[in-house]
Design a protein around this ligand. Sequence first.
Ligand code: SF4
Length: 338
Amino acid sequence: MSEAPLLAVEHLVKYFPVRSGLFGKQRERVHAVDDISFTLGENETLGLVGESGCGKSTAGRTLLRLIEPTSGEVRFKGKNIFALPPGEGRRQRREMQIIFQDPFGSLNPRLTVERIVEEPLLTHKIGDRTERRERVADALSTVGLLPEHMTRFPHEFSGGQRQRIMIARALILRPKLIVADEPVSALDVSVQAQVLNLLNRLRREFGFACILISHDLGVIRYISHHVAVMYLGQIVESAPVAALYATPLHPYTRSLLSAVPIPDPRKKRQRIILTGDVPSPIHPPSGCRFHPRCPERMDICDKEDPAMRLEAEGHRVMCHLYTTGPVWAPDLPTPPNT
Ligand code: SF4
């Protein structure tokens, strides 16, 4: 990771209220994102991985401010985006875009491709009609589509093409950060690599950083520089991609990795099957949240929260099995403007 990060997320928390009873009183809350911190340098890709419901999509939407945070800070280019005045916040949002999981559900079926891709330009009042047409045609050719596709509707395209339309739409404002939320999980396996390769090529060409959210460690490995593993709202391990796949430290990461197929048929990996369901994020387990399912659970695990420790260069883990590394805490410079 570079020294002055493009994005610095510090102690980000998002709880959703659970209301019940006659007057809809808030009785409980869902701990969707519970104190996560990480940084991302320019042109880097961070893979955010975990099972469905672990909070990774909520984290992605909260750091873009599509959902209001409960607490914490997100610094983009050194400025806390939660504290920006509305005008500056809008300008900032041009530089931070999202690609959603389901390209069919997220494309308005009544709009032409031109109108869909043009929309961010209209929202931010950029260019006249001719300029916008040129930029849409340009964005479409960048993602491997043709200018004549502009007049067509989403249902006339395959899943992979629809995701290319979403990428063109995200790119048209030339953002510095793209959050790609499960961008290939709705696609056939044969198309997934094409879309990931396209995203990676465009990242290099246009120089944006990317947060790739996925439940699949195989997908994450493909284009990420750094990986953060989430479980029940927390980041439990984070490391450069090579280190995480070579020496996974957290028992949860090891179980996720054991399910990823190895391309060499002579090598075999022992599958670690986790027992039990993911506990409710309304009542997360005491101590280590993974303890009810952990095959390496110890006496201390349900009693004390494990600290996040730095076990090697850039490799941190939250687990009682590790006691020697220094306790890790986000160490972000405080810029003078906030
Ligand atoms: Fe397993 Fe204990 Fe480590 Fe949690 S702290 S992952 S229960 S060994």
